[in-house]
Design a protein around this ligand. Sequence first.
Ligand code: IPM
Ligand code: MN
Length: 362
Amino acid sequence: MHADIAVLPGDGIGPDVTAAAVTVLRTLARRHGHSFDFHEYDIGGIAIDRHGEPLPQATLQGCQQAHAVLLGAVGGPKWSDPNAKVRPEQGLLALRKGLGLFANLRPVRPHPAALNASPIKPHLLTGVDIVVVRELTGGIYFGEKTRDARGASDLCSYSVTEIERVVRSAFKLARQRRSYLVSVDKANVLETSRLWRDVASRIGREEFPDVKLEHQLVDSMAMHLLAKPREYDVIVTENMFGDILTDEASMLAGSLGLLPSASLGDGKVGLYEPIHGSAPDIAGKGVANPYATILSCALLLRHSLGLHEEADCIERAVDAALNAQVFTNDLATGGRGVSTQVAAQAVIEQMQAHCYVAELRD
Ligand code: IPM
Ligand code: MN
């Protein structure tokens, strides 16, 4: 098949990890007879430097016209002045909003070979397989912001429709898995959470009576996620709770460097990015972990291009590379990890051994 893929390397280690992932996708395309065209655009700090804004029109348009978007990371100390008028992060938020990507899927499946990299006891981690569905275009992130000499405020608001659509996508996903959904809120304090809880219960009752729904308060969820992660399957929550819980959940997998994400909306174009940030301290050194971005490519193949076998193939290859202990510094002990390129190359080699797709099909 043919696909146009917009690539937004962004800042920090973004260019390192997207370059590695594109190499993997190119190899996969060549072996399986697909033609992928990659179009690069600026976003974040580099876009501020080059164009004066974090999401130039050309970038948004390029993404809208693509079949899928692969993004590295945005932000860094250079653009972190609290008084700056524009910040790199605004580019990412505007892109999510501009593409209507309201559901952010963040799967967490600790890899057996990386259990030692996690600060959590290994016996709690075996068998953990969670997907967090984070609402991505509403809540406190996008509410009105005010600031004057006396104080500041961030408005948190949610419409019924915004809650319905993300909760519905979480229910659908739950139905394909263990038919168990946990909805996370702070309904003992927040009005938006009380609405969230009502809407989730109604959608469950009316449309997904076969899926078991539970409600959890976010503070106790933060605790249970570490105490008994195996219990959970699909978790759905609002924007900021999802941001925080998924960084926490990344520790189950041993490293932020292993977690991919997919951001989806009603349209076809999805945005795929590692959940880690721009890690400015190791940017450009060629040592960043590319696995999260490579795994994001698997999600891209599956959700935007419908190439399920190819997606499985990438995931199996990353699994195999980890089994072979091809670790970057974040996973290796004593900073003796391999380079970004060596890790990507290991995935490419493993693809040969672990892909059962009929080659050169159309
Ligand atoms: C993430 C990031 C972003 C967020 C930042 C960079 C705006 O932390 O994707 O989780 O908070 O959503
Ligand atoms: Mn985050």
